[in-house]
Structure formats: structure tokens, C-alpha cells
Design a protein around this ligand. Structure first.
Ligand code: SF4
Ligand code: SF4
Length: 244
């Protein structure tokens, strides 16, 4: 595969030099003019960090891009209209939500492409992205991909994002996905607005319709990750099996 000049393939245990800290001259320069797509887990972590409901978070920070051809909607972090299109969470001293920053912010300068193999295995491709303004490559710290992802706390992010991938790359989605607006709204509700989805799953009507007994419902509602994993499985039924 051919990549642009600033992107190169990172294979196996190949090391790269990179460091990012408050003393780099470009500190915070990368947190502007971003098309920053958020995953469901990103939104969950940010809502917790900010002590906000998903509805409040969506009202304040999110732009949803609808696919007119019926594909799944994409959730972006909206940039601020300050003349520099800054991230709403940047400050002079750095990221205000650093401990819960999105996976894409953690991964940079590494990009991770994932596909599902026919046997269900997740296949990863990694690339190194050298943004022109980024001076972090002049730092001497050396990492390989596995070390970088572990140091950036990406293990849990990648694991749950790979489960979402099973929905996005579902064989029926690959054939011809043409979601109605109601299905697109359901996709956002179940994956991104977990507090509202929790109320929906708690209802007697939902449990009757999907034949959830009390024990199953308790396990699903036990914590946010169990609920998110259920949302991924449930959406495969709701979007690809049920009649609208
Ligand atoms: S541009 Fe690169 S080195 Fe500078 S703050 Fe951003 S990631 Fe760090
Ligand atoms: S969330 Fe934090 S790290 Fe990510 S772009 Fe915004 S300020 Fe930068």
C-alpha cells in the first residue's frame, strides 16, 4: 500500500523516536483544526471525567455527521470558534481532560488500522504519522507500538473499539447498509448515550421483547462496560435482523 510522504508503515517491534511534554516548542499546537472522531468508549470516559450526562455532553461538545446514503453516523468532537478551531479541552497548560483524553489523542503519532479476518480475528496495521508542526520526533525517547500503546493507556480503548468493529464490519453492513433515520438515532443512543440506553434496557417492555430474564438484565446493567458490550450485540439484531 502507498502512503503519503509523512506516513510510514510501522512493522513488528520497529522502534521510533518520539516524546511529547510541556517543554516542546509546539506544545498544544496539535490540539487544533482536528477532525476528531469519538468512539463510544471515548464519550463514556469523557462524560465520567466531566461529570456530565451523555445528553449534556452531546449538547455542548458533539457534532454528528449523518451519512445521506444510509451509513452509520459519525460522532465528532466539535472544535471551538476561536479563530484557531481549538479543541474545547485545550488550555495553556495542556489537555484539561488528559486522564480521559480520546483514544486518537493517546495514539498519536501512531495510527492503527483494523480489519476483521474471515475467521473473526482482528488484523492490525500500524503507521507512523509525522505532522509537519510536530517536534516530538526530535526527542530521543524510543518506543515500539506495543510499548507506546501500553504507556498511553490504550489497551482497554483498543479492546472495546475492536468489539464495536464487529458491528461496523458486520457482513450485512458490508453488503448494503441503508439505515433509516430511526435506526441511525438508535445507533447513537445505544452506543453513545449509555445513560439513556440504560433506562431503555431497564424497562419491562424491552425485557419482554428481547426475552431478558431478571438475572440477564442484572448482568447487563451491572456496569457501563457490560451495558456497552450488550449494546454492540443488541445493535446487530436491531440493525441487521429486525424489520424496521
Ligand atoms: S505537536 Fe507533537 S510534540 Fe507538539 S504537543 Fe503535539 S504531539 Fe506533542
Ligand atoms: S482532548 Fe486533549 S489531547 Fe485531545 S485534542 Fe483535545 S486537548 Fe488535545
Amino acid at each position: 500500500m502507498d502512503f503519503p510522504d509523512n506516513i510510514s508503515r510501522l512493522c513488528g517491534k520497529k522502534h521510533f523516536s518520539f516524546g511529547c511534554h510541556p517543554d516542546v516548542a509546539c506544545f498544544t499546537e496539535c490540539c487544533r483544526e482536528l477532525d476528531l472522531a469519538l468512539t463510544p468508549y471515548d464519550v463514556l470516559c469523557l462524560c465520567k471525567e466531566l461529570h456530565m450526562s451523555a445528553a449534556e455532553f452531546f449538547d455542548r461538545y458533539v457534532v454528528v455527521e449523518q451519512d445521506e446514503k444510509g451509513g452509520v453516523p459519525v460522532v465528532y468532537l466539535g472544535m471551538v470558534d476561536d479563530g484557531r478551531a481549538s479543541c474545547p479541552f485545550i488550555s495553556e497548560s495542556g489537555c484539561k481532560v488528559y486522564n480521559s483524553r480520546p483514544g486518537a489523542c493517546r495514539a498519536y503519532p501512531v495510527g492503527r488500522g483494523v480489519t476483521l479476518a474471515a475467521n473473526g480475528d482482528v488484523r492490525e496495521v500500524h503507521v507512523l504519522v509525522r505532522e509537519a508542526h510536530c517536534q516530538g520526533f526530535a526527542e530521543s525517547d524510543s518506543h515500539n507500538v506495543a510499548e507506546w500503546f501500553k504507556n498511553q493507556g490504550l489497551t482497554e480503548y483498543n479492546a472495546i473499539n475492536d468489539e464495536v468493529l464487529r458491528l461496523l464490519q458486520h457482513e450485512k453492513a458490508a453488503q448494503s447498509l441503508c439505515l433509516t433515520q430511526e435506526q441511525k438515532d438508535t445507533f447513537i443512543l445505544a452506543l453513545y448515550r449509555l445513560d439513556e440506553f440504560r433506562n431503555m434496557v431497564s424497562s419491562a417492555d424491552f425485557c419482554d421483547k428481547y426475552m431478558l430474564d431478571a438475572e440477564e438484565r442484572q448482568a447487563i446493567l451491572a456496569d457501563d462496560m457490560s451495558l456497552l458490550r450488550f449494546a454492540i450485540r443488541w445493535l446487530q439484531i436491531r440493525l441487521f435482523t429486525e424489520k424496521t
